[in-house]
Design a protein around this ligand. Sequence first.
Ligand code: G3P
Ligand code: MG
Length: 447
Amino acid sequence: RTVATSLPPRVFPPGHFGFALDIDGVLLRGPKPHPSAKKALSKLQENGIPFVLLTNGGGLSEAARCEELSLKLDFPITPSQLVQSHTPAKDFAKTHKTILVVGGEGENCRKIAEEYGFENVFIPEDFYATDPNISPFNPSPPPAYARNVPKGTKIDAIFVFNGPRDWALSAQLIADLIRSDNGVYGTLAEPGSKMHLPTFFTNSDLVWASQYHIPRLGQGAFKLAVGSIVQQYSKALNRIHLQTIGKPTHHAFRYAQQLLIQDLIAKLGETSPELELNEVTHGLAPADASADATAAEEAIPSPPVDLSPGATSEEATPSPPVDLSPGATSEEAAPPPPPVDPIPGATEEEKSSQSTEAKTAATPDATSKPPFKPYKKQSAILKRVYMIGDNPESDIQGANQASYRGTTWWSLLVRSGVWSEPQDTKSPIAVVDDVLAAVDWAMENEQ
Ligand code: G3P
Ligand code: MG
């Protein structure tokens, strides 16, 4: 049963559009594909419409997750079509050398973080193996894969890549490090010290649509628990903020938007007249980045209010995602100041050439031919992205505030996941039964 907004479908300016598809509750329910998933994906492929999977799930490398997804969906998914909860963490590998990474099975997340370029990656089991007394009630001995943590090791940042299997040990580790003297495990910061240990969660989902018929607690629940625990120390310590880089924050959506644009450029061909050549690099020199972004954002229509029955009457104007964990500020993780927006998956030399490029582009001269084709307003070739999700707080709210640099994001809420009437819809452009109905609705709207 498709309940679209009561507003007439909007007349879209011509231009390319794409899709961002959520996984749990949209394409999959636990290990099982939704009956309409394969048909929906095939329809996009047959029509040459770019799509990416944008999930708050994680715990495997993008390549391994794609293998698993291609099998489950009986449809080929490639790593350039997948943004997991921790994929945007790649951007932070240059800023933080020694990290604690929490979550997932075994040392999968350590391997992922090392693949992203983090130099020294520890996991909670390493600290437990180094001194089992840190977790006195842990029923099982440290695993064989655990590594020793040299005395005096300083942790620069904490990343939670996926829901931890052992909340007690993981929460203990995070609390100990947040209270430590500058990230050195086993020490305590002076009361009122200025120490702040960057702590990034990659998913604020309180629940998710698993195989069980009632949604299960997600990484967001763990974040709430840790938030309450560290709040007890916040009086003694300086500001503590648990940051987030997964949906609904802009990191996830920007990453997905960049992948869709790369896909479009590959389809259009670099010589396409739609790709305006200009001396400004695709990352835009810092000077005009903000101007460009603001101008583009101002021009973007906000999604219509969803007046369908059961939807709240609240305005479509999205409110910034509120970080629910007490004692934490809700600011989004400030990404490291990369010299140029890194193209996801760009190799180090490409990134560094991009950064050189950003400098030379600022003062172009006849000889400084850019090492790669500069595209101004690269995102202008992507006019719209339809986010199809089942979680109003992460998928719908995140998409409704993701419009950026000439690309409008609109959201479609499905009934196949965690949401059901009369819960708050967070103002999608339409409420539909499932992913196929969502794809049909959007494609009809693009006619
Ligand atoms: O752990 C996965 C869950 O939080 C939600 O995943 O695919 O619905 O964003 P997804
Ligand atoms: Mg979902």
